[in-house]
Ligand binder design. Structure first.
Ligand code: AMP
Length: 426
């Protein structure tokens, strides 16, 4: 006999009240801020051909090698749950031809990576990502960083740090990898097992390793710009100049790398000290991706919403959002015949915009009052046989316990006022 399980799969979560109100708040704020930057939403499928990720993220990357949920669909095609959002958006834009030039889009939704679950690492997590399409241009990179800074401020996050570096040009990447490999080789024996493998397959990932031994070696490495040409260095200098002009507080981290192959020039990461080992809130960079012969260039970033929420809860010290979602009124029915009249009353109130609840199962008045309390409603509206005959209802203030008898038009007016006050306070 199998034991019933109400748990989702490991590393995945059900999201519900009260945290869901904080999710909604974060998402609504993001939509509002992105509209200021003239960035529009795009929704692409969660399932894509595996080749899309292999070709755009890079065959040797950890995401592709170890973390994708890949399977054969019923037609025998290799498909994968998206581990990130850029590849799908670029597939979509590549198909738009010239119309995609200058596109500015964002996406918001779940991503999937079959990682070992640990604090801050989920197998299903959510990202808000932005893609600004256009050829390499320091001003566009800086606009993307400014947008992220604006989002952080609007969410009310203050402790985050933005770190920036350059990935250089595609044809310099072999020289950079070779230079870093040469610098690391004498100490290869002190690298962790993963990094010894990365030394051969994808040496830049060593710079990302969280193991203490590897970090100590990485700290002694020369900056990646030592292995790049004048054009890449000048690009980075221009980005730095514009960042200063915009008064954006960023740090240059000469050893920052991003683990995917499609990046070039500016790359950045936003970290938050409250997050522990997995401290990246968000990552971004400039890229060049080829799909079916079309080349899409742009700059973008993706913020991990779980981590944004964790950082917000840490900074603010409480699980926000508990005040939302509660009804203004809870309607209590007393005696046969009132239930259906109250169903009509609830509908009238809701049509006018008053959030209200009622129990439809004929439970006792005491049980209904308990439900009213639990719901957090500001008022209980009680209507028994006696009030019904007089055409009145009893309005009970749940906070101070005071009661008054009102006619229906007066009730509606009171509850509309209370609804407006509630909306204004959230
Ligand atoms: P990446 O594309 O890996 O740089 O991811 C961008 C952002 O998504 C990171 O900065 C994290 O905030 C978030 N993220 C990435 N992987 C995970 C994960 N497994 N669980 C939760 N958040 C993640």
């Amino acid at each position: 006999m199998t034991v019933p399980s109400f748990q989702p799969l490991q590393g995945m979560s059900d999201l519900a009240a009260p945290e869901i109100y904080l999710w909604q708040e974060v998402e609504e704020t993001a939509r509002r801020i992105l509209a200021l930057y003239h960035v529009g939403e795009v929704r692409t499928p969660i399932l894509e051909p595996t080749g899309l990720f292999v070709r755009s993220l890079g065959e040797g990357t950890d995401v592709v090698q170890k973390e994708m949920y890949t399977f054969e669909d019923r037609g025998g095609r290799q498909v994968s749950l998206r581990p990130e959002g850029t590849a799908g958006v670029i597939r979509f834009l590549a198909g738009q031809g010239d119309e995609a030039a200058g596109a500015r889009v964002y996406y918001l939704g779940p991503m999937f990576r079959a990682e070992r679950p640990q604090a801050g690492r989920r197998r299903q997590f959510h990202q808000l990502g932005v893609e600004l399409i256009g050829p390499p241009n320091p001003a566009q990179d800086v606009e993307a960083v400014a947008m992220q800074q604006h989002l952080l401020n609007a969410w009310g996050l203050h402790g985050a740090r933005i770190e920036i570096n350059t990935r250089g040009l595609p044809d310099e990447q072999d020289a950079v990898s070779a230079g870093i490999r040469r610098a690391l080789e004498p100490d290869a024996g002190r690298l962790c097992e993963d990094c010894r493998r990365r030394l051969l397959t994808n040496v830049l990932r060593v710079l990302d390793c969280k193991q203490e031994g590897c970090r100590a070696l990485v700290d002694k490495l020369p900056p990646v710009t030592d292995f790049m040409g004048q054009e890449s260095r000048a690009y980075l200098e221009e980005v730095k100049r514009l960042l200063a002009l915009m008064e954006l507080p960023v740090e240059i981290n000469p050893r920052l790398v991003r683990g995917l192959d499609y990046y070039l020039h500016t790359i950045w990461e936003i970290k938050h000290p409250a997050l522990g080992a997995q401290d990246a809130l968000s990552g971004g960079g400039r890229y060049r991706i080829e799909w079916e012969g079309a080349v899409v260039e742009g700059v973008g970033f993706a913020a991990g919403l779980e981590r944004i929420l964790t950082a917000l809860q840490q900074e603010k010290g409480h699980p926000a959002g508990t005040a939302q979602g509660r009804p203004v009124a809870w309607i209590v029915s007393q005696g046969a015949g009132t239930l259906e009249q109250n169903l009509v009353l609830a509908q009238t109130l809701r049509r006018r915009g008053v959030p209200c609840g009622l129990a439809l199962d004929g439970r006792s008045v005491k049980a209904q009052m308990r439900a009213a309390n639990r719901s957090g409603a500001a008022f209980a509206v009680i209507r028994g046989e006696l009030e019904r005959e007089k055409g009145l209802v009893v309005l009970k203030n749940m906070k101070d316990g005071t009661q008054e008898e009102l006619e229906l038009p007066a009730l509606l007016e009171r509850l509309l006022l209370a609804t407006r006050a509630e909306v204004a306070s959230t």
